[in-house]
Design a protein around this ligand. Structure first.
Ligand code: GLU
Length: 318
């Protein structure tokens, strides 16, 4: 009989930095089916600490989108901005162990110093280690705003992923010493997500494979904080016909817009289920009907290409 510590606990963790789109829906569907097919519980967490980017009302809309899809949860919403004391406590623990150091580099400093060969990926800035010689106590003498960075002691990191198998990440190429606390005085995603997944007893994280480079950082934080990490399952994203991650450039694929246009959740779920290999032909299905059909292994290892034709087929004509 499973005990409390082995029971499956998953989570859905929307960021209210914008509207949820078809790509988010596919990942949520996989995460929901993965948990529910094992009789697991689901925590809903609103990841709203990225304050300048958070959009008013997007949290409520994300909940409405999930309900529209027929994806439910047992606990939450847990709201990150209401949990700042826990993140502060984790930062203190890292400081006590000298695992972090105060960094006064601006984003522009980091970008200027980023070495070209590693930096051809958009958004990737390699931190050159300018402030790595500092100790925690040096922060007292720093006048300017500063962030806290985690000091890496290794380059390569390997972990086992429930979908991808063995994964190896070059931590330096992925950005080097990473920020755990922003100069604005708020926790960075990497720290908050670890503190939360541990506090909420999450046994497995199912999320998009764009977050693979974050996983070693999070595993290092679990280790430094003496917390038990969850298992990780990273699934391929939805892309547009140009092969790039689904975004505004591909037109309006917001769930809210599909709903307004009269698309039924069953039509969208059928398309997503077909894209994951759970049904042979595209047809209308509801989330619960997919429970016996769900298999992680049948999801193609490549991104799902969403075309205007597929959207038209489910009745979406923006
Ligand atoms: N809130 C993140 C997002 O919506 C997910 C973070 C995670 O799953 O760890 O992209």
């Amino acid at each position: 009989m499973p005990t409390a510590s082995t029971a499956y606990r998953g989570r859905l963790a929307p960021s209210p930095t914008g509207a949820q789109h078809v790509g988010n829906a596919r990942t949520y569907l996989i995460a929901w089916l993965r948990a529910r097919s094992q009789g697991g519980r689901i925590v809903l967490r609103i990841e709203d600490i990225d304050s300048p980017r958070v959009k008013a009302g997007a949290d409520r809309q994300a909940c409405d989108d999930l309900r529209w899809l027929g994806l439910d949860w047992d606990e939450g919403p847990v709201v990150q901005t209401q949990r700042l004391a826990d993140y502060e406590e984790a930062l203190r623990r890292l400081q006590e162990q000298e695992r972090v150091y105060p960094c006064t580099c601006t984003r522009a400093d980091v970008e200027r110093a980023a070495s070209a060969p590693h930096d051809d990926r958009p958004g990737a800035s390699l931190y050159p280690g300018t402030c790595a010689g500092r100790r925690v106590a040096d922060a007292d003498a720093l006048p300017a705003p500063y962030c806290w960075r985690f000091r890496l002691s290794q380059d390569e990191f390997e972990f086992r992923d429930g979908f991808l198998g063995a994964v190896s990440v070059d931590l330096r190429a992925a950005g080097g010493d990473f920020v755990v606390w922003k100069s604005a005085g708020t926790p960075a995603y990497q720290l908050a997500v670890v503190v939360d997944d541990a506090a909420q007893g999450v046994s497995e994280v199912v999320r998009g494979d764009d977050l693979v480079p974050s996983t070693p950082r999070q595993l290092l934080l679990y280790d430094a904080l003496g917390l038990v990490p969850p298992r990780f399952v990273h699934v391929p994203l939805v892309v547009g016909p140009d092969g790039r991650r689904l975004a505004k450039r591909h037109g309006d694929t917001r769930l809210w817009s599909l709903r307004q246009a009269g698309v039924t959740p069953e039509a969208l779920l059928g398309l997503l289920a077909w894209s994951c290999g759970w049904i042979d032909k595209r047809r209308e299905v509801c989330a619960a009907e997919l429970l016996p059909l769900f298999q992680l292994e049948s999801i193609p290892a490549v991104p799902f290409v969403l075309t205007p034709d597929l959207l038209r087929e489910i009745g979406y004509l923006p």
